[in-house]
Design a protein around this ligand. Structure first.
Ligand code: GUN
Length: 294
């Protein structure tokens, strides 16, 4: 039987509806509108599209967004000055620095400079550390979006073997940490494969849950998937003007029990979790402020 198609677009719309209600309620109570500052450096067309989509999604749920564009030749110092300004601006609750940054910029220094409470991507070492210790402040957007898809589709992870392809700081590593956590939609046995892993297919064939996040079009073939596995495709690759994932969707859907499409799978959920984090950041900062100085 062909796989259940996990409709990320529909699930994201449902989540955004609930976030919009929470934003409206909180704004009515406090007269504060959550505000996401998006930082875009350079003129990478894909990044510009991602940022536009994120800002549009903000407006949809009542979150204010502002765009801070810097030219491609910007230095690390200039970008750090902007981050400092946004950190100090009490009207800004979340800061999103769209990646990748141009090669002359020290990305780590920039991400480290974002105030940890405004770090809605959960890239700051303090937030990564809290996640690793099992007491997360903000959940990283893509891995959180994946867990929400699994929750909506009632696909539990406890005791299952989750195999993650890719060890990036944005997806692979934090997804492994989340799936390892104790509790619902954690408690998985996790294997992370990467470019130096030997005999990847032998490992992926053991997966109950296979998450592909390597950025290689149609890398996961049907031979790599155990019949009945749940397959989550994080890849967004452009091939001949078409968007394709890291999974050979048409073949793999015939053996998997559930699978995400590209587009319309994980992508809309990543943006939705960013909205969730921005509201949470606004509430956290407001709580700090009303609590007064330490
Ligand atoms: N570039 C690709 N994915 C992401 C993401 O989740 N956040 C940011 N800031 N940049 C990205």
């Amino acid at each position: 039987m062909p796989a259940q198609i996990i409709d990320g677009k529909r699930i994201a719309q449902q989540c955004r509806q609930r976030i919009a209600e929470r934003v409206a309620r909180w704004t009515a109570e406090t007269s504060v509108r959550p505000h996401l500052a998006a930082v875009l450096v350079g003129d990478d067309p894909a990044s510009a599209v991602y940022v536009r989509n994120k800002r549009r999604a903000c407006e949809q749920v009542g979150i204010r967004s502002s765009l801070h564009s810097l030219d491609a030749a910007t230095t690390t110092e200039r970008l750090l000055e902007l981050i400092d300004r946004l950190n100090a601006d009490a009207d800004v609750h979340g800061i999103l620095v769209q990646l990748p940054l141009p090669s002359q910029i020290d990305t780590q220094r920039v991400l480290d400079a974002v105030h940890p409470l405004k770090d809605v991507d959960a890239f700051h070492p303090e937030n990564v550390g809290l996640l690793a210790q099992g007491r997360p402040r903000y959940l990283p957007c893509t891995p959180h979006g994946i867990l929400q898809l699994l929750r909506h589709c009632e696909l539990p992870t406890a005791g299952r073997h989750a195999v993650i392809l890719g060890r990036s700081d944005i997806v692979g590593k934090p997804a492994a940490l989340l799936l390892l956590q104790k509790g619902e939609f954690g408690d998985a046995t996790v294997t992370v494969c990467h470019s130096r892993t030997r005999d990847v297919a032998t490992i992926t064939r053991q997966a109950d849950l296979l998450i592909a996040a390597i950025g290689r079009p149609r890398f996961v073939t049907v031979e790599m998937v155990r019949p009945g596995a749940v397959v989550i495709d994080v890849g967004i690759n452009r091939v001949d003007g078409q968007l394709v994932g890291d999974v050979d969707f048409e073949a793999v859907r015939e053996v998997a029990s559930a699978i995400t499409p590209v587009p319309g799978g994980v992508g809309p959920m990543t943006v939705t979790m960013l909205l969730h984090n921005t509201l949470q950041a606004a509430q956290t900062l407001a709580g700090q402020r009303t609590a007064g100085p330490p």
